[in-house]
Design a protein around this ligand. Structure first.
Ligand code: OAD
Length: 230
C-alpha cells in the first residue's frame, strides 16, 4: 500500500470555526504569545495562561470536523495515511482518521508539572488553578509552548521520510521545526500544498501548489488520488 503523509496546520480547522494564528483575525494578532504560550508566562501568571487555553478548549469542544478533515479519512480506503498535525484540536480524530501525530500537543489533555509522563484526558473544557495530578502538582495544558522542545519531532521525521506522497494543508510554513518536515520527503515523490496562500517552498522539488481552501481543495485532491490509485 502506498503511503500518504499529511502535514496539517490551523487552516484545515478554519472552516470549523477555529481561528488560525497569523491570518488577519488570527490569534497572534490578538494575543501576545509571550503572555499566554511560553513557560515564562506560565511561571509568571498561570491563571492567564489557563484562561487562554480554557477559552480555546471550549471552542474546540463545540467545533465539528469539516469536509477537509472528512476527505482525508476517505483516503484510507486505498492508502496508508499518516497525519502529522500542528493542530492541538481533535478534529482529525473526530472525523475518523486513524493515524495522527500531534506535534504541538493536544488541548483536550492536561499534564502534570512535575512528571511529564502523567497525561490526563479532559472530561470538561475547563482547567483550573488547584487541579492537580495524582502526585499533587498543578496540571498544565498538554501543549508545546514557544521555547520548549518538540518531543515528537524525531518520529515525525521518520514518517515524512517514508512518504510516497506528501500533502501540506493549511499552514503558513513559518514555524520550525514543523515546517522542515517536507525536507525529509524524497525529492522524487510528489508533494501537494493546499492553502489559499500556498507558495513554492525553496529547495523542494515536485511541489504542486493548490491555492484553495481546505474545504474545497482537499476533497478535490483526494478524489483525484483515489481515482489514480495504483
Ligand atoms: P498559521 O496561522 O501560521 O497559518 C494558517 C494558514 O492557514 C495560513 O497559511 C492561511 O493561508 C491558511 N488558511 C486560512 N484559512 C484556510 C482555509 N480555509 N483552508 C486552508 N488554509 C487556510 O497557522 P499554522 O501554520 O498552523 O503553534 O501555525 C503553526 C504553529 O504556529 C501552530 O501550531 C501554533 C502557532 O504558534 C503552537 O501553538 C505551538
Amino acid at each position: 500500500m502506498k503511503k500518504i503523509v499529511v502535514l496539517t496546520g490551523a487552516g484545515i480547522s478554519a472552516e470549523s470555526g477555529i481561528q488560525t494564528f497569523r491570518d488577519g483575525d488570527g490569534l497572534w494578532n490578538k494575543f501576545k504569545f509571550e503572555e499566554v504560550a511560553t513557560p515564562e508566562a506560565w511561571n509568571r501568571n498561570p491563571a492567564t495562561v489557563l484562561e487562554f487555553y480554557n477559552w480555546r478548549r471550549k471552542k474546540v469542544w463545540e467545533a465539528k470536523p469539516n469536509t477537509g478533515h472528512l476527505a482525508l479519512v476517505k483516503l484510507e480506503e486505498k492508502y496508508e495515511v499518516k497525519i502529522i498535525t500542528q493542530n492541538v484540536d481533535d478534529l482529525h480524530e473526530r472525523a475518523g482518521s486513524k493515524n495522527i501525530l500531534h506535534l504541538h500537543g493536544e488541548i483536550k489533555k492536561a499534564r502534570s508539572t512535575i512528571d511529564s509522563d502523567l497525561i490526563y484526558e479532559h472530561k470538561h473544557w475547563k482547567l483550573n488553578l488547584g487541579d492537580t495530578c495524582e502526585k499533587g502538582s498543578q496540571l498544565r495544558p498538554h501543549i508545546v509552548w514557544f521555547g520548549e522542545p518538540v518531543p515528537l519531532m524525531e518520529p515525525a521525521k521518520k514518517i515524512a521520510s517514508a512518504a510516497d506522497i506528501f500533502m501540506i494543508i493549511g499552514t503558513s510554513m513559518v514555524v520550525y521545526p514543523a515546517a522542515s518536515l517536507v525536507v525529509y520527503v524524497h525529492p522524487d515523490k510528489p508533494k501537494y500544498y493546499i492553502d489559499p496562500k500556498a507558495f513554492m517552498v525553496g529547495g523542494i522539488s515536485n511541489l504542486n501548489i493548490i491555492k484553495k481552501t481546505a474545504g474545497k481543495g482537499v476533497p478535490e485532491l483526494v478524489e483525484q488520488l483515489l481515482k489514480n490509485w495504483q
